[in-house]
Design a protein around this ligand. Structure first.
Ligand code: EPU
Length: 336
């Protein structure tokens, strides 16, 4: 395994933003993970595992430490039990499962990134979360220097969160095992999906139809990361107590509110940014919110991390002033 110095990270992120990694290596097998983490420890360096770079904002000053680019490949099908290496592309993997008539991941089609990153923030879309199909996650615990298989409850999944995100810098995921259904049922309850099939006149959509629907909806609503710099939703949807949500509903009757838990509901931040703050399609210098989705920040060309950060700060302040909600970043900040 080769360790390089001063490697530019910009092109390895979907925001197309960021400085250099002080040290950089490519991970192709579990032994590489051990070797890389040992190198980091011996040299007193932090490390960061880079997947598809689709949910991060790398600082303009870069990352003072070791960046490990995850490129472990391989998918192993054993009936509905599927094991995938961390460096496989997520959407390619979803495509493979759908083509084998395995149900469970179709609503998560076209999410950018790698399979190893999926459990970290418990990716979710259109009424599905990846936690619903994960059996276990295999990762190196860099503290104990041993590999461990984390069962689903061990991963402590929450909305866009997990043990691996909370203890960032401790674990390096090498593979994930899913349990998918042979004769499953599709979930078309999410508004956008239900509307798509209504419009197409499809009453009993197949698994492949659902993947097609999600691809169609995402293509229309979200920017293509190959064309426009972005990391998808920049903030999480806020989780509020029923009382606070009811107060907001009185002021903004149209505000979308989703069930979350006994005590809390989830409200749509995209809707607030759009209809309360008027930020949909807003631009400032080289950055802005996407024309079709106000929760998505975009690099319109040549933006710096600082520009994105200060724009995000401005949005957060406006939301706070108008609604009292403290927003939380969904993307991960990397570097100084
Ligand atoms: N809306 C607006 N204005 C906008 C965008 C949306 O009013 O500019 C309204 C929509 O009409 C809808 C509601 O807001 O009533 C929710 O919008 P959407 O369906 O686009 O979903 P979201 O809550 O904004 C979440 C995820 C997305 C995921 C979609 C679809 C988070 C932080 N984001 O967005 O995930 O694709 O649901 O399920 O939970 C990501 O994490 O990067 C991501 C893109």
């Amino acid at each position: 395994m080769k360790i390089e110095k001063d490697k530019s990270l910009k092109e390895m992120t979907t925001f197309k933003i960021g400085g250099n990694a002080q040290f950089f290596c490519i991970i192709e097998k579990e032994e590489d993970i051990v070797e890389a983490v040992k190198f980091a420890k011996e040299n007193n360096l932090r490390f960061f595992v880079l997947g598809g770079g689709s949910n991060i904002l790398v600082s303009d000053k870069g990352f003072g430490g070791l960046v490990m680019k995850m490129e472990m490949k391989g998918i192993d099908f054993n009936g509905g039990v599927v094991s995938v290496k961390a460096g496989e592309d997520w959407d390619n993997f979803v495509g493979e499962t759908v083509s084998r008539d395995l149900y469970g991941l179709e609503n998560l089609s076209l999410i950018p990134g790698t399979c190893g990153a999926a459990p970290v923030q418990n990716i979710g879309a259109y009424g599905s979360e990846v936690k619903d199909t994960i059996v276990s996650v295999r990762a190196l615990d860099s503290k104990k220097m041993e590999f461990r298989d984390f069962s689903n409850p061990d991963c402590e999944f929450e909305y866009r969160n997990s043990l691996f995100k909370r203890e960032a810098g401790r674990y390096v995921i090498s593979s994930v095992i899913f349990n998918l259904k042979k004769n499953g049922e599709v979930n078309t309850d999410y508004k956008d999906i239900a509307e798509y099939f209504l419009l197409k006149g499809i009453m009993r959509p197949s698994l492949k139809d659902v993947r097609e629907a999600v691809v169609h909806i995402r293509t229309n609503k979200l920017p293509d990361v190959k064309v426009l710099g972005t990391a998808g939703s920049f903030f999480k949807n806020p989780i509020l107590a029923h009382g606070q949500a009811n107060e907001l509903k009185k002021r903004f009757p149209e505000l979308p509110v989703y069930p979350f838990s006994d005590e809390n509901v989830k409200v749509s931040l995209a809707w607030i940014l759009d209809h309360v703050c008027g930020f949909k399609g807003a631009t400032k210098g080289n950055v802005g919110t996407y024309k079709n989705q106000a929760l998505v920040l975009v690099n319109n060309g040549g933006a710096t991390a600082n520009e994105i950060k200060s724009f995000a700060h401005e949005l957060a302040r406006a939301v706070q002033e108008k609604t009292g909600i403290e927003v939380e970043a969904e993307i991960q900040y990397v570097g100084e």
